[in-house]
Design a protein around this ligand. Structure first.
Ligand code: ZN
Length: 292
């Protein structure tokens, strides 16, 4: 695209944005900001940045309620440390998958790029499985600490933890395959082949951003902690259970809707992390177990 054309596009976009803003301004002038906001959100356009509050060193979506205040620090700390532990491990695993994929690329011709398949090694998988167990137990300990009881060994949740591990290894493998074959096809289209192509692809994938790994680690950390909390909580009586979007600083519409939901059982609450969360893996919502 020529620079001149690009500038025309920018001006057009800007003109449309001004018209869009004027339309909403007119509604505010006619009906007041509250009603215009309600209408805006009713259309599903709820990406108005929420006001976050600073509370004892944490950035929260609102002031915590009393019983949330007792738990939120420990939950946030557990999520953060699990995320760090898992991110480091997943980066190592992704590197070795990338090595494998680049090796395979040297023997594939462009029409066969889709046959490139990588698998996480047994050792790497075991390391990840161990980290998932540690994270699960961290989740259980949060509830045990809340009840002032030392957590016993959990019953058999191996199947569930195996599954969380497998979902994660398959997400990583898919990502590496897609990146490597995508880059290879792009360079093949540009006429590259052989060692030149492999060098180009290697450059691309070695400098790829770690954002995806970060997201996968966050999703796994929050889901596993939440699972540990549920397993432990199921052993006690609770007055009620509440959904809390306290830790999602930029709370999305679906999480905001669920915030403060109450039920006698977790099954009757929106799951946390929330499958509908617009931040996907980044959802930090959790269930608060309330006892008198
Ligand atoms: Zn959420």
């Amino acid at each position: 695209m020529s620079l001149q054309r690009k500038l025309l596009d920018l001006k057009l976009q800007a003109a449309l944005a001004v018209r869009h803003a004027q339309g909403w301004q007119r509604l505010i002038d006619l009906y007041g900001e509250d009603r215009a906001t309600a209408f805006y959100q009713h259309l599903g356009l709820n990406h108005l940045p929420a006001k976050s509050v600073e509370w004892e060193g944490l950035q929260l979506s609102r002031q915590p309620k009393d019983y949330e205040a007792l738990q939120v620090k420990a939950v946030a700390a557990a999520q953060d440390s699990a995320k760090e532990r898992l991110t480091n491990l997943l980066l190592v695993i992704r590197n070795s998958l990338t090595d494998d994929a680049l090796k395979m690329l040297t023997v594939l011709s462009p029409p066969n790029y889709h046959k490139l398949i990588v698998t996480v090694s047994d050792t790497d998988r075991e390391h990840l499985r161990d980290a998932v167990t540690v994270t699960f137990n961290d989740g259980r300990l949060l509830i045990a600490a809340q009840r002032g009881i030392k957590a016993d060994d959990a019953d058999d949740f191996d199947g569930d933890l195996d599954q969380l591990t497998s979902i994660t290894t398959s997400r990583l493998a898919n990502d590496v395959q897609a990146r490597v074959t995508g880059a290879a096809a792009r360079y093949a289209l540009l006429g590259q082949s052989g060692a030149t192509l492999v060098t180009s692809v290697t450059g691309d994938v070695r400098t790829a951003s770690t954002a995806y790994v970060d997201r996968v680690a966050t999703g796994l950390a929050n889901r596993t902690i939440s699972f540990g909390r549920s397993v432990e909580a199921a052993r006690y009586e609770w007055q009620r259970i509440e959904y809390s979007a306290l830790l999602d600083v930029n709370t999305c519409g679906p999480c905001l809707d669920a915030d403060g939901q109450e039920a006698a059982s977790e099954d009757d609450l929106t799951p946390a992390p929330n499958p509908e969360c617009e931040g996907y893996d980044n959802c930090r919502c959790f269930h608060v177990f309330v006892q008198d």
